[in-house]
Design a protein around this ligand. Structure first.
Ligand code: SAJ
Length: 427
């Protein structure tokens, strides 16, 4: 049985720590947030993810998972802390307003520094956080070497789990394991082998970093293409959803879905890490980011057009998370739409059954039964199951039945004679 210290108990670190603890390891989970640790001490988890609460409870109850604010000695350390991006004004370059955001490595650096006093010869350190290319070799390894210990195994094994399916994907997905040398990669593979059933592919650390970024960038660029087609379809009077369905019948075409933009802490962020490595070589990636970031403003244009001539219109925003059936609002395009609508002077009602709390500026969170009767326009921004099943009876309660569906969440057209039912990307 190995002692493992997992730094960062978020969407990736907590499930990983619980999984290792229920597969024969002694795990110390570390987080800098007192609130997160207090909840875990009470047997509660701060993340809404199917099956996670019972797995964490089982791990805590067995005694194989303990949580603390500081790391301790271990055989292996896994770093799973966030790598947000800083908009470039925050990075200090105010004179170039168009410059790309850059990665904020401060959490990765702090985690690596926190490990240093505990390092022993032969220890394995795995970085799971998504990082710009060369971070493991150029940033993490030099910090670890401050310990004076040279016989260290270090690997970058990017997490690739999909929020909403984290536990299944943690076990079933393949892993790309990038060692700073072969021994490191093999040691990391041996550790993951305790619970990973997917294929484990060994490579070097920098390749693993780029692979992860390429996966998320591939998705971002393809969503941008779908969004651009949606705008063209609106211009030429075509239903982009039907057009995409038809195009996807081609054996070598698999287009993604348009929508109000791309959110979450991964796909809306990671392409910038590639740009950061080579700004002059990435015009396509940068354009895709800007297309996706431009979608909330387009949704607001649709609302303005639909509400032209309406006196003091009230807009219900249905769905605030970055995608369906999760509780995560990080980088959510839905929140951006809400902000832009408020800036345009609309009265906005916020509704999302998955979100527990929002900053005060967004207004109170209201149930759908309360927002619809007060609204002149309902904008579906996230296709939660609760919204996909709304019917003409529900929308019939509205002050004015105008619905703008940015996700094509509703299966049927509204059967209300005076209703206006717009779908993003439809002519
Ligand atoms: N989206 C669209 N149209 C689509 C698909 C997604 O507009 O056709 C939007 C979603 O609504 C959301 C955003 O894109 O706002 C991202 O959602 P997602 O489901 O594509 O991905 P994430 O961010 O939840 O998870 C991704 C996954 N990466 C890939 O599929 C390549 C996951 O496997 C990664 O582990 C995760 O990023 C991560 O942590 O990096």
């Amino acid at each position: 049985m190995e002692r493992i210290c997992v730094l960062g108990l978020g969407y990736v670190g907590l499930p990983t720590a619980a999984m290792l603890a229920t597969h024969g390891h002694d795990v110390l989970g570390v987080d800098v947030s007192r609130q997160v640790l207090d909840r875990l001490h009470d047997g509660e988890v701060h993340i809404h993810e199917a099956g996670l609460r019972s797995l964490v409870r089982a791990a805590l109850k067995s005694g194989h998972l303990r949580v603390a604010e500081e790391p301790g000695p271990a055989d292996a350390f896994i770093v799973a802390v966030p790598t947000p991006f800083v908009r470039h004004e925050q990075a200090g370059a105010r004179d170039e307003p168009q410059a790309a955001p850059v990665a904020d490595l401060s959490f990765v650096i702090s985690a690596a520094e926190a490990i240093v006093p505990h390092l022993q010869p032969g220890n394995l350190v795995i970085l799971e956080s998504t990082v710009p290319p060369r971070t493991t070799e150029d940033v993490v390894v030099p910090i670890l070497h401050r310990s004076g210990v040279r016989d260290l195994l270090v690997a970058h094994c990017p997490e690739r789990v999909l929020p909403g399916r984290i536990l299944a994907e943690l076990v079933g997905n393949g892993r790309v394991i990038g060692g700073i040398d072969r021994r490191s990669a093999e040691a990391a593979r041996a550790l993951y082998a305790s619970f990973v059933e997917g294929e484990m592919l060994l490579t070097d650390a920098t390749t693993a970093e780029l692979v992860k970024l390429m996966e998320n960038t591939y998705r971002d660029v393809n969503i941008a293409l779908a969004n651009e087609f949606a705008l063209v379809a609106e211009r030429v009077g075509v239903d982009v959803w039907e057009a995409i369905d038809l195009a996807n019948r081609h054996p070598r075409v698999k287009m993604l879905r348009p929508g109000p933009g791309v959110g979450g802490h991964c796909i809306a962020v990671d392409p910038w890490f590639v740009v950061q490595a080579a700004p002059d070589l990435t015009p396509l990636i940068q354009a895709a980011r800007r297309v996706n970031d431009g979608m909330p403003a387009h949704v607001v244009e649709l609302v303005k057009q639909a509400m032209a001539g309406v006196e003091r219109p009230v807009i219900a925003c249905l769905g605030l998370t970055y995608k369906a059936d999760v509780d995560d609002v990080r980088e959510s395009p839905a929140l951006k739409v809400l902000e832009l609508l408020k800036a345009e002077g609309f009265e906005v009602l916020a509704c999302d059954p998955h979100v527990r709390a929002l900053p005060e500026a967004y207004g109170p969170l209201l149930p759908v039964s309360e927002v619809l009767p007060r609204a002149d326009c309902a904008v579906i921004l996230t296709d939660h199951a609760e919204f996909r099943t709304l019917t003409s009876d529900d929308f019939g309660l509205m002050r004015r039945p105008v619905v703008i569906d940015t996700r094509r969440a509703l299966k049927a057209r509204l059967a209300i004679p005076e209703a206006k039912h717009l779908v993003l990307g439809s002519g």
